[in-house]
Design a protein around this ligand. Sequence first.
Ligand code: NAP
Length: 198
Amino acid sequence: MGIMGGTFDPIHIGHLILAEEAKNYFGLDKIIFIPTGRPPHKHWDNMAEPIKRYEMTLLATTDNPDFIVSSIEIDREGTTYTIDTIKYLIQKYKDTEFYFITGADSIVEISNWKNSKELLSLCKFITAKRAVVSDNKLEKTISEIEKKLGVSIDILPIPYIDISSTNIRNKIKKNESIKYYLPDSVRDYIFKNKLYID
Ligand code: NAP
């Protein structure tokens, strides 16, 4: 089973293509999207409310029967760490192999995540190259982690999709079109709820 964790503020086609490509390339049966509650690496005050990011994720994934959305992190009190989520999933879905899907930026930061050594031993990590991280830096980081911890991290061969949630929020602020950056249903939700305008 694939796990697509994200702040999803908002979710966009980069996230969706990443999840779909990982599913097909690694033959995963389902991908579980997990919007973060209060992640340790971002300022919560500046983010859309967890329930709104969860609802946008539901809208974005509803037409794909292999995509599931979980509220486990938005329902959890306090700071949400990936290690707690993985432990919960391992308990819930016994005898299931988990693949955590990320972009390159997360992988170069992963040694700073809570209990990263244990986390990397509990599930496999799949990463996509990103324009924001040089291929050299990504490959060097992966090779260091693999050597140090005896785990393997797979690089998913997908084209660069140079879209980010930050970029979309900035476009909204500037009243620029975000059509095709994300599903129409998510775009409508953002406008209806007046998200990201200030
Ligand atoms: P995000 O910004 O919503 O992005 C979700 C994932 O999609 C990221 O891995 C991101 O890659 C990738 N992505 C975004 N745009 C993409 C594109 N155009 N092409 C390819 N990939 C793209 O979420 P996030 O804030 O990075 O958080 C990701 C996960 O890491 C969450 O589950 C969060 O809880 C977890 N996390 C955990 C800890 C911890 O436990 N201590 C600390 C930090 C993060 P990039 O990584 O390259 O942006």
